[in-house]
Design a protein around this ligand. Structure first.
Ligand code: FE2
Length: 160
């Protein structure tokens, strides 16, 4: 079997990914939200972050400290969270990845109430290559409404 066709367990892939990037799914969620919230002001407070993620402030602080240790943000106790350049680059990608998947699920007709949860479940586990192709497929479908219409017809046009 060719090297690139070797199968691994789900956990195996996770470990490979973590080994490479040191980012857990929850660190990614936090970074994505920090990036979102700090776009206007350039910073975000822990309480504000906790509110948006529906977690308690001490839990948010724990992850924020991990992100600080990974060089992704600057944070002092009771202070403000500010992304480093590395954090901004990564946060921008995470937000784009989320948007790409969410837009794609919507355009293929996944029910609205499932889209956000599905996006959150999928996003951490896709390669950059898969994200890029999904983005292109989304753009292709948007630009070719007649193909999208054929697809909707094919699937029964549920969301017409
Ligand atoms: Fe997300």
């Amino acid at each position: 079997m060719k090297k690139n066709r070797e199968f691994h367990t789900f956990r195996g892939y996770q470990l490979q990914k973590e080994g490479k990037r040191q980012m857990t799914a929850s660190m990614e969620d936090y970074l994505e939200m920090i990036y979102r919230l700090s776009q206007n002001e350039g910073y975000v407070r822990v309480q504000q972050l906790a509110d948006h993620l529906h977690v308690q402030a001490p839990s948010a602080t724990k992850i924020v400290q991990k992100l600080a240790a990974a060089g992704i943000l600057d944070y002092q106790k009771y202070g403000l969270i500010q992304l480093t350049e590395k954090g901004k680059t990564m946060g921008k990608y995470l937000l784009e990845r989320h948007t790409v998947i969410e837009n794609f699920l919507r355009i293929i007709g996944v029910e609205e109430e499932l889209i956000l949860k599905d996006t959150e479940m999928i996003e951490h586990h896709l390669s950059t290559s898969a994200v890029q192709k999904i983005k292109l497929l989304y753009q292709f479908l948007k630009l070719n409404q007649e193909i999208l219409a054929l697809f909707k017809q094919f699937t029964g046009g549920e969301d017409e």
